[in-house]
Every structure is written in C-alpha cells, then in structure tokens.
Design a protein around this ligand. Structure first.
Ligand code: SF4
Ligand code: SF4
Ligand code: SF4
Length: 266
C-alpha cells in the first residue's frame, strides 16, 4: 500500500492531484460517464491533472506516479494483470470504477462456460490469445474503495472527487438498495407484486432507480457486503423461480462472488 517514504512519491507535493484512468475488458461506459456525464467535469478538470486517460487524450504518462488510479473493466488477459500490479505500485490510491472492475460485471458472464469454448465462439484463430477467467480488480491488487454501478453512479463518483480534493477518505454507502427504496417511499415490488427483486442483497447508490419505477432490481450495483443471499434465494424458490433462473440472477453482474455464492448455488 501507499508508502510516503517511497522515492517514487517524493516529488508529488504539487497542488493538483495526478489522476490516471485505465481501461481493461468492458464496454467503456464508465469512462464515458466519467468524461461526458459528470456534473462537475469542468471544475474537476481545473482542479486535477489528468495524466493518463485514453478516452480524453492520446499519449500520457503510463508509468506513474499517480495520486489516484481509476480502473475500469475486468481483468481477462494476463498482460492486464501484470500491468495492473505495476499501476498499484505507482499509485497512492487505486479505485475500481463500475461493476466490471468491482465484481467482474458483464465480462464475468463467460466464467460459467469453458474458457476455450468462449475463445472459439469469438475468434477463428485462438493461438494468439492468453485469456483468463474474468476477475474483478481486487482479485489481483489491494484497492482503496469502490465506485459501484453499471455504469458507475454519480453519488459515489462525486464523493470520490470531492474527498480527493479535500484530502479526506471517501465514504461509500454500505447498505442495500431496500434502504434507499424505503427512503424514497417506493412500493415494494417484491411484496406487492411478487417480483423477484435483488434489492435486499444489492449495494445502494443508485437511489433505488428500478423499484421507484415499479421494476425489480437486477443487481447492477453488485453485492452488498454481508448480504444474506441464501435467504433471498430461498424466497425466490418459494415464489416459483427455477434454480437455473436463480443462478442467473446472482451472476448477471459478476462471477458468483463470495457474497452471492450461497444464493447462486441454491
Ligand atoms: S460497469 Fe457497465 S457501463 Fe461500466 S464498463 Fe462495465 S459494462 Fe460498461
Ligand atoms: S422493491 Fe426491492 S428494493 Fe424495494 S424494498 Fe422491495 S425488495 Fe427492497
Ligand atoms: S435498482 Fe438495482 S438494477 Fe436498478 S439501477 Fe439500482 S442497483 Fe441497478
């Protein structure tokens, strides 16, 4: 983790934090969100020094040092894992952004199929490939927080940027979507309409976007820490869902994570 005595960080006493954004396997929607939809983009760009971000500009400093490295996407190739470890070494804070980076996200759907089968379905010649099981960023390196969501949420992104500029530790939400749902006074679609809602086990941050629009949550924010996935899976069974449907619900936005395994494997 960050060691202020490390000579690499010696010259970092500048006013503007040095930010780098790296992309691995994903749709790039989170980087897009970061650049085009961030409410305070212009103020942020004045206050920070973006030293590496392929979507914003070509070139840049790939080797660091960085005050903050934001990492988008899941790791699906060996070179990505080794580059990520170097970025970790060169960064004071390293934060995965978006569900692909946080819990494997959409790329991790391939994990329930044999790796070679997946490669053959996509490429005629697989000889040059070195793909590995899709994994979140914290599978390979220590991280300093998570900006969750698909795409990543505005609330957590604002919290990260403001905390960084104030020099304080960002506070990310650690409760489930149900809490936000009740705070917004939404009708519970699980209780009222029998919809298989993933809100009880999904991390908050989206403002219960789906339930307030009368739709069940499908867990795009990924698992909440200490989620009781088994209890929710048992409830889904009672509601008549098949085991394979329950597996899909708990793996739609990530490989079966430790939190979701007891639900996925019901
Ligand atoms: S989290 Fe969603 S929006 Fe972000 S890169 Fe992954 S798939 Fe795209
Ligand atoms: S609708 Fe979903 S998120 Fe809202 S309270 Fe019910 S189970 Fe929780
Ligand atoms: S309610 Fe669930 S599926 Fe909808 S945006 Fe929020 S976390 Fe994603």
């Amino acid at each position: 983790m960050f060691n202020p005595r490390n000579p690499r960080f010696k010259n970092m006493k500048r006013m503007k934090p040095r930010i780098a954004v790296f992309k691995y396997s994903c749709c790039a929607g989170c980087e897009f969100q970061l650049i085009f939809f961030q409410k305070h983009l212009l103020e942020t760009l004045k206050a920070v020094d973006v030293v590496y971000c392929k979507m914003l500009k070509s070139g840049g400093v790939e080797a660091g040092p960085f005050d903050v490295a934001l990492i988008e996407g899941a790791i699906t190739e060996e070179w990505q894992a080794s580059q990520l470890k170097k970025i970790r070494e060169a960064s004071r804070y390293l934060i995965p952004i978006g569900s692909c980076a946080v819990c494997g996200g959409i790329p991790a759907i391939k994990n329930s199929t044999d790796e070679l089968d997946v490669e053959k379905r996509v490429y005629a010649d697989t000889a040059f490939l070195h793909s590995v099981t899709a994994a979140p960023i914290d599978h390979y390196v220590k991280v300093d927080g998570y900006v969750k969501g698909c795409p990543m949420g505005e609330r957590d992104l604002d919290e990260l940027v403001i905390s960084l500029l104030l020099g304080k530790k960002p506070v990310f939400l650690e409760y489930c979507v149900c809490v936000e749902c009740k705070l917004r006074g939404a009708i519970c679609v699980l209780v009222a309409y029998g919809e298989p809602c993933m809100g009880p086990v999904t991390n908050a941050g989206c403002g219960a976007l789906c339930p307030v629009n009368n739709r069940a949550c499908y867990s795009c924010w990924g698992p909440m820490r200490d989620a009781n996935a088994k209890a929710l899976a048992d409830q889904f069974l009672k509601m008549g869902l098949r085991k394979e449907d329950i597996f899909r619900k708990f793996t739609e936005f990530g490989q079966p994570t430790d939190e979701f395994k007891p639900g996925a494997l019901t």
